[in-house]
Structures are given as C-alpha cells and as structure tokens.
Design a protein around this ligand. Structure first.
Ligand code: EPZ
Length: 417
C-alpha cells in the first residue's frame, strides 16, 4: 500500500504554480452535457475526481480526450441518461450530472450517493427543487429516477445555501421552459465559474455569486472554450503549510479575492501576505498567534474545506484557539491523528478547542478524507522527525501532486509505494 513520507521541521521557501480547481471543474464537466457539441476546457487538474468524471462522460456516450492540461469533450453521441453505479459510489459529487442530464434528455437515473466520512450529505434540497421544476422523482432509497416532459422554470427557495443543489438547479434550468429564480443560492466562486462557462456557451444567467440567481431558459448551447480557474483550496492549503513551518513562498496563478477570510485569519495569526493580480506571496516566522473563534460557513465565510488545514497550524500556536465546524457534522476525523503528533485538542460537539503546544513529533498516521489528509501533511511538515501518512489516495482526489508541489517549496516529502 502506498503512503506519504515526510521528514519535517524545515521551513518552506520557493514558488509553486497552483493547479486547476477541482470544485469548479467538476460541475463544468457535467455542464458540458448541455452543450450538444464540443467543449474545450483548459487548466483541468489531473486528479482522481476528474478521472472519475471522465469515466462517467464516456459511459454515457461522450468522447473525451486530453490535450496537455486541456480536456476536449464531445457530447454529440450521448446515448443514455443513466449514471453508472460504480462511479457514483466512488464519487458522491456525481450527483451533479442530474441537472445536466435532465436538461439534455429530460430524464436521469442515478443510485443514491453514499455519504462520506465528513457527513451524511443528503440531497433532499436537490430533489425537492427538481420536483418544483416539473420533474417527477421516484426514489426507492437506492435508485433515483427523474423524468419530465420538459423542465419548467420555477422559484426555488433553499433552506440553506447548498453548493451542489444550487449547481444542480442551474444546470436543470439552463435549457428549461421559462425563468428560474434561486433564492438563498450558494455564493461560492465555483458557482460563478459554472455560470461564466454556461453563459459563454449561450446561457442566460444573472446574479451568480449573489444569493439570488436568475436563469432564463434558452433553446440550446453552442460549442465553447473555457479556462478553469486555479484551485483556491489548494492555494489555501499551501499558504497554511508555510504559515505552519515558517518561510517565504509565492503561489502563482491565483489572486486573493476568493480566499479573503483565510488570508485575514493568516494575517491575524502573524503572517505577512501580499496580493498580486495573479499571485499570492506569504512570509511567515513560523510562530503562530492563536485565534479565539473560527466558524466555518458558506461563502464568503471561512470555508469548511480549509478547517482541517487551519487546525493543523493552530496546534502549535502560542495559546488556545477554538474552531466551530458549522457545515458538516463529522469533520473532525483528523483530531485523533493530530494527537499522535502531540497536539492538545478537545472536541465538544461542533467545537474544537486547540491548546497550542511547542513541539510536534513525526508520527505514523491515517488520512480518512481529502482535506483531512492535507491537514496531516501540514502537521508532518511542522513536526520534527519522520511522518508517514497512509491512505494517500484520499489526497490524490483533489491534489494533482501535493508532494511535488511542496518539494518545490523545499519540503522533504515523497510518495512511497
Ligand atoms: C461542495 O459539496 C464541495 N464539493 C465540498 O468540497 C464543500 O465542502 C461543500 O460544497 C461546502 O462548501 C464540491 O464542490 C464537489 P453543500 P456539497 O451541498 O455541494 C447539507 C472538498 O473537500 N445539505 O453545500 O455536497 C449538507 O449535508 C469537498 O473539496 C443538505 O442537508 O456541499 C452539508 O451539511 C468536501 N441537503 C451542507 O448542506 C442537501 O440536499 C453543505 O453542503 C444538500 C446539502
């Protein structure tokens, strides 16, 4: 079984180019189904979740191939609206194909996506919205079968701003009859990118990035080329890694705008950060001030996808910090692993109390989810001695090559098989 090996305790210095965004490219790849033709998608990350999504596109009859870091997707020969079960089990975000297949074929059949280690992750908001849009939903708890004569625009009110549900409604609404208003929409930058891609293909969407989005149904979408943005969570991961170890780094290919809450916290913790048009510079002493309260929240709040990475930096802060994980019900999987390094963390329901310690020692630890795995890498870089991290495939779901990127910053880290 492969694992990651780190010899920690070194500062990080250097430059790294940030890969394409996982959470922007996945819904855009599903959205290509709405274009009855060819999409060229530049700056796609070569990560497991993208490979899984390519398998789904091929399984439903699309032709997909790489040209360097661009993906060419031809959906003209799409021949089924059933998403193969094996892929849904591997990647629950395959549910994003529901809206796109409804819009293209007026039907979709998909097995219930399992939850994952961070939470149950229901899709009730998605299904309730489809029913408001003239879609009949049969759901036997295993298989979901949705059909419609034609998707009809409607007013959709979300109880809470769900990223996936917002994306699925947008995808179902783009070729629908009439107008769809989404109220309490998610405002993540990935939603804005999805809408920019769709509008570039001829959709009529306004309000992306705000809590009210309006989609005016059109008859078809034309071939399009689009460039996927850089991954803000990968960038945030590397910023927190430097904050934890100390050093100076430049992240190329991304600005600060999509990471404002992360950057303001890193500054409060004692780091210096400079924002360029297309780069972020961080300078860190490696000494971290504690943060009394951090609440994860939908964008533009502090992103839950940065919670594990931030926790790893705070375990060596000069005092006590408190994190409140408000988005997912089980996103503290890393805590027992961090305690192996010598961290002092107490969990009480949603609250994690972190009493900073001065020394972390390298350990043998196990990743149990994508961002938790990234958090363990950061802790290993901060710890003195050798760390081994098992289950690295969790990390490969979202990071093209975290070891190579961090070696560019001087880390002593590698995949071992
Ligand atoms: C997206 O997941 C991201 N994944 C997640 O990133 C991210 O953590 C999450 O948004 C929040 O920002 C992708 O974009 C592929 P939600 P999603 O629907 O869409 C509840 C990563 O590490 N909910 O906004 O599944 C849900 O249980 C991943 O890259 C319902 O109750 O997130 C959760 O508590 C992890 N019913 C909350 O809403 C629903 O129908 C937020 O979920 C839908 C969601």
């Amino acid at each position: 079984m492969s694992y990651i090996e780190i010899n920690g305790g070194k500062q990080l210095n250097g430059e790294v180019n940030i890969q394409g965004s996982k959470n922007a490219v996945l819904p855009i790849l599903a959205a290509t189904v709405l274009v009855n033709g060819i999409t060229k998608l530049n700056h796609c990350p070569k990560i497991l979740d993208v490979f899984n999504t390519i398998s789904i596109l091929e399984a439903i009859g699309c032709i997909v191939y790489w040209e360097n870091s661009s993906l060419i997707i031809d959906t003209t020969k799409l021949n089924t609206s059933t998403v193969p079960d094996e892929y849904v089990k591997q990647m629950r975000s395959s549910t994003i194909f529901m809206g796109a297949l409804l819009g293209r074929t007026n039907s979709v059949t998909i097995s219930y996506p399992g939850g994952c280690t961070i939470g149950k992750r229901p899709i009730n908001f998605h299904l309730e919205a489809f029913q408001e849009m003239n879609v009949s939903v049969e759901d036997d708890g295993n298989l979901i079968h949705c059909t419609t004569k034609r998707v009809k625009g409607s007013n959709i009110f979300f109880k809470m701003p769900s990223v996936g549900a917002t994306e699925n409604v947008i995808l179902a609404a783009v070729l629908a009859e009439g107008k769809t208003h989404i109220y309490n929409a998610a405002r993540e930058p990935e939603i804005t990118e999805l809408c920019k891609y769709l509008n570039a293909a001829g959709a009529k969407i306004t309000g992306a990035g705000k809590d009210e989005i309006v989609i005016d149904g059109v008859d078809y979408l034309h071939a399009v080329e689009y460039t996927n943005p850089s991954d803000r969570i990968v960038a945030g991961t590397y910023l927190t890694a430097v904050a934890g170890t100390g050093g100076e780094a430049v992240l190329n290919g991304i600005g600060c705008s999509s990471l404002q809450t992360v950057i303001s916290l890193l500054k409060e913790m004692g780091n210096t950060i400079l924002c360029g048009e297309d780069y972020i510079m961080i300078s860190s002493s490696g000494k971290t001030k504690p943060i009394p309260f951090i609440y994860t929240a939908p964008y533009p709040g502090f992103p839950t996808d940065m919670q594990s990475q931030m926790m790893s930096v705070l375990i060596k802060a000069s005092g006590t910090s408190n994190i409140y994980e408000e988005v997912f019900e089980n996103r503290y999987q890393n805590v027992p692993e961090l305690i192996k390094f010598g961290a002092d963390i107490v969990i009480n329901d949603k609250e994690a109390t972190i009493n900073g310690v001065s020394l972390l020692k390298g350990s043998d630890v196990f990743a149990s989810d994508l961002r938790g795995g990234a958090g363990l890498v950061i802790a290993g870089l901060m710890a003195t001695g050798k760390t081994t991290i098992h289950n690295p495939d969790f990390i490969k779901r979202g990071y093209e090559d975290i070891c190579k990127d961090l070696r560019n910053l001087g880390a002593d880290i590698r995949y071992m098989s």
